[in-house]
Design a protein around this ligand. Structure first.
Ligand code: FAD
Length: 357
């Protein structure tokens, strides 16, 4: 993504209370539309920010680079949330699920209904490619389609777009994926699953049950302790009985067309292999955050700097919302504990608006 260096804007007047049409001084041509808030990202938390802005009477626009709730759309087809449905509902709108834990399909249905029935202003398939300080204060936000200006920005871009790479030879072969979708494709094939988190365990169990020969490669000594409590015994028992082969304290060393090398405590071994599903985590788009001027902690966590009471970053009028807040600690934030970011941000924006008016 080409994001020019951000220039801190100087606020000369308060943001408008409704979308303000800005016309060129030389003609009546419509140039941009000014909003109180532009929300970057139409995931669950971006949508909850839109709901809160609308409720507060602020003008807003959500810009989403993919489809509505793009990350959830790209989750495994049979995925079940670890949260119960009421914990991932937003804007106080009830989420009714058939089971205790909602599925991906139910979540897609829920967030779509929330967005459509509340007539949220969302532009889909429209990535934010550049942000600059606007001449008269606020921000100019650019997409391949249009330029917009806004008094405030909410960055709710999540972390699911960029996988944490293995950085080993063969990682770019077409047989390797960082996004597991569904098991049938792997029937009767030799599959290596890298990782021991929820996603890796789900992929290992599903592909096993569709007739794949599954080998797990786990960096640590055991299956992750955040794996869903009703799934963990299942994978542990499959490993114990030998239907899933697992190498613990091990890493994948090299991937080739028909085999892989695994670095184990007993030395490097080579096993035959058809596909590699590398579920080694994801990371926020740090270069986008840095180009906005948002400071990241200098350690490997790369935590973005923000005030936890308001969610405002070190750059005034730029806020963070949702799972992007965790930096490399992607397990810290989820829908359950970040859905209140919307209310904090909108309160802060209303407060600042009241101060300047
Ligand atoms: C497999 C899996 C299971 C999970 N299960 C649970 C659970 O049970 N309970 C729970 O609370 N949480 C769960 N989480 C965590 C959390 O639900 C998700 O990470 C959730 O999607 C976070 O919402 P978000 O709105 O912060 O980010 P996202 O949903 O990731 O939304 C960010 C959006 O920003 C868009 N975007 C990115 N860059 C740009 C750009 N430049 N311009 C425009 N748009 C952009 C993306 O396309 C995306 O739609 C799970 C996560 C995963 C990966």
């Amino acid at each position: 993504m080409n994001v020019p260096l951000f220039v801190r804007p100087v606020r000369t007047k308060p943001p408008s209370s409704g979308p303000e049409l800005i016309t060129s001084p030389y003609s009546a041509t419509l140039m941009t539309t000014k909003y109180d808030i532009i929300i970057v990202g139409g995931g669950p938390i971006g949508i909850s920010c839109g709901l809160a802005a609308k409720k507060a009477g602020l003008s807003y626009l959500i810009l989403e680079k993919g489809c509505l709730v793009n990350s959830l759309y790209n989750y495994p087809l049979n995925m079940t949330f670890f949260s119960t449905s009421e914990k991932i509902e937003i804007g106080g709108i009830p989420f009714v699920s058939n089971n205790i834990k909602p599925t991906r399909n139910e979540a897609l249905e829920y967030y779509r209904r929330v967005a459509v029935s509340n007539r949220l202003d969302i532009h889909l398939q429209e990535p934010v490619t550049a942000v600059r300080g606007a001449e008269n204060g606020g921000f100019e936000v650019e997409t391949p389609r249009q330029k917009y200006t806004a008094g405030n920005l909410i960055i709710a871009t999540g972390f699911y777009d960029i996988p944490v790479n293995l950085q080993i030879p063969g990682e770019n072969l077409p047989k390797v994926t960082h996004y597991y979708k569904e098991p049938h494709f792997y029937a009767m094939e030799k599959v290596v699953v890298v990782g021991a988190s929820n996603s890796a365990v789900d992929a290992a169990l599903e592909t096993l049950r569709k007739g794949a020969e599954v080998t797990m490669i786990v960096r640590g000594p055991a299956i992750g302790n955040r794996v869903k409590y009703w799934v963990k015994p299942d994978i542990e028992n499959r490993i114990k009985e030998g239907s899933v082969k697992a190498y613990f304290n091990s890493t994948l060393k090299e991937i080739r067309e028909r085999e892989v090398d695994i670095d184990t405590p007993d030395g490097v071994i080579t096993i035959p292999n058809d596909y590699v599903i590398a579920l080694t985590g994801y990371q926020p788009n740090f270069s986008f955050l840095q180009q906005l001027g948002i400071q990241l902690s200098p350690d490997e966590k790369k935590e973005p700097s923000y005030n936890p009471d308001t969610m405002e970053t070190n750059i005034g009028h730029i806020y963070l919302a949702g799972v992007v807040c965790g930096g490399m600690n992607t397990h810290l934030w989820f829908i359950e504990n970040s859905r209140d970011h919307a209310d904090k941000i909108i309160s802060s924006i209303l407060h600042q608006k009241a101060l300047v008016s």
